[in-house]
Ligand binder design. Structure first.
Ligand code: ZN
Length: 377
């Protein structure tokens, strides 16, 4: 029978646990831990070659099948969520990433603890006021011209441009600056899923090692193997699961936040009092990206009027204000295979209500959050 050589390059379960416990000890002892991530932290949990497939180490239910992880709408992995938690707990001070997929931001990691060296393909920035817009999918739409994304800033009206750097463009040293400042203070650096072929990045870690501090790598092979205090040959998810367990920290489950805004306004310049109900779905306030395919509305008064709205923004005109309860069925575009959600909404004229919803893509279930009522301007 042929030997499975692909397994040879991974650490055994026992070796991985031993290395994880050494790294955990260093994390506890260190004052300024930084994490550097590369493409190897994505979709890293599904390798059939890993000796840890089916291991109790990975008993976390937070795993999506490959099919569920469409490349445009990838979800944060265990590694992203563990890093976010370690930053939240103050155990990791800073994260530098080569990745442009936006998954660190999606995990909930605050931008003040993160340098995305090559930008974030889910973010476009205002060229005038600098405000950033984080999107659910890539900003570089087919119709974008050069770096502008043909969107306008909702605050100042300025043109938005994508934040990623192309291969033929100069490396953005501005973004590296903060990362360099952090690495100068680092006494432990954990490199996950990055091979470090770029000299600028490589030299950061050489300097850390030259100062006598520890660099840990987790990847099959990297340029740092010669200077690494510990070299882990495992999937980053496996290493991070083991470290989090030893730190007695739970890896949070990632959920997707959606906001649905309902508003009702009288239409001016009409003889009869016509009101317009508008329903708008977004990923965050003021970001106007469509997430709904259609909306079914049933007005629970004597009319029992029922409409299916299929055009975004979803608008329903009505003679007079709708003051009675409405049954709403939201049909999503299904980027994350979200099932439809039913809500009961009651709205006064000239006010808006924002329903905050959280979706768990593993359980494929919605959780209704707070409802915020605002007067219309
Ligand atoms: Zn602006």
């Amino acid at each position: 029978m042929a030997r499975d050589h692909s397994r040879d390059s991974y650490d055994s379960h026992d070796v991985l646990l031993k290395k994880a416990s050494q790294i955990t000890k260093w994390i506890k002892q260190s004052k300024h831990v930084i994490v550097f991530t590369g493409p190897g932290i994505n979709n890293n949990q599904d390798s059939p070659n890993s000796p840890l497939s089916g291991s109790p180490l990975l008993s976390s239910p937070q795993r999506l099948t490959k099919k569920e992880q469409a490349p445009m709408h990838a979800t944060p992995t265990l590694t992203h969520m563990a890093i976010m938690k370690l930053v939240e707990e103050g155990k990791v001070r800073y994260v530098i990433s080569q990745n442009t997929d936006g998954l660190h931001r999606k995990s909930g990691l605050s931008p003040s603890f993160l340098s995305e060296l090559y930008g974030n393909s889910n973010i476009d920035n205002c060229t005038i006021c600098g405000r950033e817009y984080i999107r659910d999918s890539e900003v570089n739409l087919k119709q974008s011209v050069g770096q502008t994304t043909r969107r306008a800033c909702t605050v100042c009206g300025g043109t938005l441009q994508e934040s990623t750097v192309k291969r033929d463009e100069p490396f953005p040293l501005g973004r590296l600056k903060r990362g360099l400042e952090e690495t100068e203070q680092a006494d432990l650096c954990i490199v996950l899923g990055a091979t470090l072929t770029d000299d600028i990045e490589y030299n950061i870690f050489v300097k850390i090692a030259q100062r006598g501090y520890k660099v840990v790598t987790c990847h099959k092979s990297t340029r740092l193997d010669g200077i690494a205090a510990v070299k882990v040959s495992a999937k980053p998810d496996h290493l991070m699961s083991a470290i989090m367990r030893q730190l007695s920290l739970e890896i949070p489950v990632w959920t997707l936040r959606r906001q649905i805004e309902f508003s009702q306004k009288e239409i001016p310049d009409q003889d009869s009092k016509t009101y317009q109900l508008e329903i708008r779905g977004s990923e965050q306030a003021n970001v106007n990206i469509s997430i709904l395919e259609s909306v079914e509305v049933q007005i629970n008064d004597s009319s029992q009027r029922t409409e299916i709205l299929t055009l975004d923004p979803f608008v329903l005109s009505n003679k007079g204000p709708i003051t009675s309860e409405m049954f709403i069925k939201l049909n999503f575009k299904g980027t994350y295979l979200e099932p439809p959600l039913e809500l009961t909404v009651q709205l006064n004229p000239e006010q808006s209500k924002v329903h905050v919803l959280d979706y768990n893509p593993i359980k494929k279930s919605w959780k209704r959050g707070e409802v915020v009522t605002n007067p219309l301007p």
